[in-house]
Each structure stands twice: as structure tokens, then as C-alpha cells.
Design a protein around this ligand. Structure first.
Ligand SMILES: Cc1ncc(C[n+]2csc(CCOP(=O)(O)OP(=O)(O)O)c2C)c(N)n1
Ligand SMILES: [Mg+2]
Length: 292
């Protein structure tokens, strides 16, 4: 295993304990070398592409923050126009939550609506991490960020995390799934499934960020696993609009995972009990909706 060559080479500048390279390497393990990768602006683009250096062992292009899905769709169309994509080259686009939920949602919607032959991976660390932990619409209810701080005037972020996988599904694409870095085998399997079905696929991967969430760097995998086990990030799979699988969870109380992260530390105070209760209710709704 130690001799196995990763398609995202080591030596990049991700923070210690960052989970995004684990996600990308698993995705590329599934696609193999016959792939063209597209990244939106964000941590992934930045830490893999210092001037004169690249960690990408596969063809890679980085357009703007907002248009990775359009560029990926264009590449897929060009491969098709050239020779019917005889070589079977896959196109994979990666976007963070900021780019997926907010700034690139228009171009992503177009890519899904056109059913472009692209696997879109949202790596979700639940804030705009690269620019200093600003709130995105993937930031969960109750969390603090630098633009939704807790203080006298505010208890932190009181907007709900948008359900992006459901938004993707509503476009009528064939494959939508969620996954996490704490279950890499499942992530790889889902990318393989997406490759089998032609057309647009959307895979949403939870990638905890120790800096933005506030936990020790060696705890990232545990944090992903417990976020799933609390019902705060449901793991499921839709094929042709039907829910075909969802992961059974341990149903640990949300408090057990929230209180280990600095972004929720204010919620330990009795005055915010209603916020903790609402987060538990969010988890309970997920458990019911996805049969977790
Ligand atoms: C149109 C545009 N707006 C803002 C920026 C500045 N910017 C670069 S990366 C980034 C944060 C990206 O957040 P996300 O997509 O969640 O990825 P992460 O950094 O968390 O990996 C921002 C705001 C930009 N490059 N382009
Ligand atoms: Mg992010």
C-alpha cells in the first residue's frame, strides 16, 4: 500500500489533517488515469497548484470559482465531438461547498439540466475555508463562522444547510449520492456506479476541516464518522430518482458531536438549549426521511 502511487501526489500544501486529498485520491482511484479533472477555486485548487508545481498526475484544468461545471461539460462535449470519446475518457469536476451551493450553482444547474457526461463531486467542508472560514449555504444551523460569529447580537448561523443532493436530484439526473471520507470504500463504489451510468452524476462528500470546525487535526475521520452517526449528514444513493440505499447509523445524540467542535462551543451554554434542540430535530428529520 505504501508503494501505491496516488493520482494526487503528495507534497501539496493542504493543512495537516485535511480530508480533501483523501476524497480526491479515492475518486481518482475509481476513475483511473483516463480522466480529465476540473477544479473550482477553493482550497483544493490552491493547495495543489503552487506556481510551477502541480500535484495532479492526471490532466487537470482550473477555471473560475463559478464555472467548473460549464468547463467540465464543455470538455465532455469536445471529447464526444472529436471521435465519440472512443477512449472512454471520464470528466470529473470538483467544487467546494461555497462553489457548489452558492457561487457555481447556476453553472452546476446547467450542467445537470443538460445531462452533461460529467461526475460532479462536491467536497463539503461546510464553509469558505480557503478565504478564512466564511459562511456558505452549506454551513449548518447553529455553527459559527467568521461571517456568522456568535456574540451579543447573534447566536451564530441561523440559516439552514441547503439540501444540495435533493436539488441535484430534482434535475432528473440518473445518479445522486452522498459519501464521506470515513468510508472510502463506499465513496469509491459510488464513483464506479456513477461511471457505469452515462450522463451527469452528482456525489456529495463530507470532508471535515479541522481548522474551520475547530477540532484536533488527527480527529478528522472520527469527526466525519460521528457526524454521520448523529444523523447530521445522511449517507444515501438515488438511481433514476429512487432512493436505493441509505446507511444505518448509531443515532448518537447530536450534542456528542457538536460539543467537540469549537464552531459550536457557545451552544454548551443553557441560553442556547433551543438551538441544540433544533439541531437534534434536524437530525431526527434526516433519520426519518432517509430511513437511517
Ligand atoms: C467569483 C469569486 N468570488 C470569490 C473568490 C474568492 N475565493 C476564492 S476561494 C474562496 C472560498 C472557496 O470556498 P469553497 O468553495 O467552500 O471551497 P474551500 O475553500 O472550502 O475548499 C473564495 C471566496 C473568487 N476566487 N472568485
Ligand atoms: Mg468549503
Amino acid at each position: 500500500m505504501t508503494e501505491k502511487k496516488n493520482l494526487l501526489a503528495s507534497g501539496h500544501k493542504a493543512c495537516p489533517g485535511c480530508t480533501v486529498p483523501l476524497c480526491v485520491n479515492k475518486v481518482l482511484e475509481a476513475t483511473g488515469k483516463n480522466v480529465i479533472a476540473v477544479t473550482a477555486t477553493g482550497c483544493l485548487e490552491t493547495f495543489t497548484s503552487l506556481i510551477n508545481y502541480s500535484s495532479w498526475e492526471v490532466p487537470w484544468i482550473t477555471p473560475l470559482f463559478e464555472n467548473a461545471p460549464s468547463v467540465a461539460g464543455g470538455i465532455a462535449a469536445a471529447l464526444e465531438a472529436k471521435d465519440g470519446n472512443k477512449a472512454g475518457t471520464k470528466v470529473v469536476a470538483f467544487g467546494g461547498d461555497g462553489s457548489t451551493y452558492d457561487i457555481g450553482i447556476g453553472s452546476l444547474s446547467g450542467m445537470l439540466e443538460r445531462n452533461d457526461n460529467v461526475i460532479y463531486i462536491c467536497y463539503d467542508n461546510e464553509a469558505y475555508m480557503n478565504t478564512g472560514v466564511q459562511r456558505s449555504s452549506g454551513t449548518p444551523y447553529g455553527a459559527t463562522t467568521t461571517t456568522s460569529p456568535q456574540g451579543d447580537a447573534s447566536p451564530g448561523n441561523l440559516k439552514y444547510k441547503k439540501n444540495m443532493p435533493e436539488i441535484a436530484r430534482e434535475h432528473g439526473i440518473r445518479y445522486v449520492a452522498t459519501a464521506t471520507v470515513s468510508d472510502p470504500k463506499d465513496l469509491k463504489k459510488k464513483v464506479e456506479k456513477a461511471m457505469e451510468l452515462n450522463g451527469a452524476a452528482y456525489i456529495h462528500v463530507l470532508t471535515p476541516c479541522n481548522l474551520g470546525w475547530g477540532f484536533p487535526s488527527e480527529k478528522a475521520i472520527e469527526m466525519a464518522r460521528d457526524t454521520v452517526n448523529a444523523g447530521l449528514f445522511p449517507i444515501f444513493e438515488y438511481v433514476d430518482g429512487e432512493l436505493v440505499s441509505s446507511k444505518k447509523i448509531k443515532k448518537i445524540p447530536v450534542k456528542d458531536v457538536l460539543f467537540r467542535q469549537k464552531r459550536y462551543k457557545h451552544l454548551k451554554s443553557a441560553e442556547y438549549e433551543n438551538i441544540v434542540n433544533e439541531i437534534q430535530a434536524i437530525a431526527d428529520r434526516n433519520i426519518e426521511k432517509y430511513h437511517l
